[in-house]
Write a protein that binds this ligand. Structure first.
Ligand code: GLV
Ligand code: GLV
Length: 345
């Protein structure tokens, strides 16, 4: 009987889909990541056909070691995430193993957190909460410009996106509810390379959102953005995209928000930029090295920086939709059918 390996309970809804799939299920029964040995042992089972795996679980990193451990019938590895930076997709595909992921269903949830971080960062919420919790409120009594930040409805606002995929677009539609209606913001974005029909692509974006939208090069998103939002996938071209050079280009009044992957922003350079007032503040849902980020990490200690523990997709409905897509990919893959969402590189 062919089997599916589930490295973590994925919620009752998705588990019931798995239960009625006709496959034997090997489920990690602990409410914790399994050991690497447990994963490798079960993948080697000649009847193992697919696996549901988690981003952020060291046991589930899909590298040569894991791929070499796979038995002859493993046809699909399905990740409970849209990002696939923990997976060597090319090596998997070369072995005839398909990679499933969960695009689309989390766009709104991640956009919500992105907007929240934009507002929190602009209005210095980290500083406000920290001073209240430290009992310092009375030491900084109200004054016209105390605890203030840059205005999101400023009449000449520019919003820059690093990456302009679905999540960036869901973020933009939300942000337009906060920006000036009489003086709409200008939108700039970078993407890997300009297309031959770039002008008409940008025209279509501008019509869709009712504001001017333009693809520019890296230096211009940095120099012109009042709000710079990182929402691109991680790959060798995007690691350290926001480094010291980029941060120095940014306006001193601008903020940076990263809801993509930690390594797109160089942490040391960002800490330096905040310390030296090179930018106004930062909001991060992701940090290089997460979850091993200690309380004395310079970005955690900075009152100009909000750090969240990678909660972008974390609302219950979204996680259930991700779970469903993850298990349906695994079931389809195990049957040798097309996945609902396959990663191809
Ligand atoms: C979240 O970061 C994801 O990749 O799903
Ligand atoms: C990036 O991952 C996006 O969809 O915007």
């Amino acid at each position: 009987m062919p089997k599916i390996l589930i490295s973590r309970h994925v919620g009752d809804h998705a588990m019931s889909i798995l239960s009625s799939s006709g496959f034997d299920l090997i489920v990690n029964s602990e409410d914790a990541a399994p050991s690497r040995e447990w994963v490798l042992k079960h993948l080697a089972d000649p009847e193992m056909a697919a696996m549901c795996l988690m981003h952020g679980q060291p046991s589930d990193i899909v590298d040569e070691e894991l791929l070499n451990a796979c038995g002859p019938n493993v046809k699909c590895l399905s990740t409970f995430s849209v990002g696939f930076d923990h997976i060597n997709v090319k090596a998997a595909n070369e072995r005839g193993i398909k990679i499933g992921h969960t695009p689309g269903v989390l766009d709104d949830a991640v956009a919500d957190v992105t907007v929240m971080l934009v507002l929190m960062t602009m209005r210095r919420v980290e500083n406000g909460i920290s001073l209240v919790k430290a009992g310092e409120w009375a030491q900084i009594p109200w004054a016209p410009f105390v605890n203030c930040g840059p205005s999101i409805s400023h009449p000449s606002l520019t919003i820059s996106f690093i990456g302009f995929g679905r999540i960036s677009q869901a973020t933009l539609s939300r942000l337009l509810a906060f920006t000036s209606t009489s003086h709409p913001p200008r939108i700039l974005y970078t993407s890997s390379r300009a297309r031959p029909d770039q002008v008409s692509i940008d025209q279509a974006f501008s019509e869709k959102f009712g504001v001017e939208i333009k693809r520019v090069e890296r230096e211009q998103v940095a120099k012109q953005g009042d709000i710079v939002i990182v929402l691109a996938s991680q790959n060798p071209q995007t690691v350290d995209f926001v480094n010291k050079e980029f941060l120095t280009w940014m306006k001193k009044t601008a903020i940076l928000v990263n809801c993509a992957r930690g390594p797109l922003v160089n942490s040391e350079d960002l800490a330096w930029a905040l310390e030296n007032d090179e930018i106004y503040g930062a909001g991060l849902d992701v940090v290089t090295g997460e979850p091993n980020v200690s309380a004395d990490h310079p970005l955690v200690k900075s009152r100009k920086c909000v750090v969240l523990p990678h909660i972008g997709s974390g609302d219950y409905d979204t996680r259930n939709k991700m779970a469903e897509l993850c298990v349906r990919n695994a079931i389809n893959g195990a049957k040798g059918e097309a996945l609902l969402a396959e990663v191809k590189v």
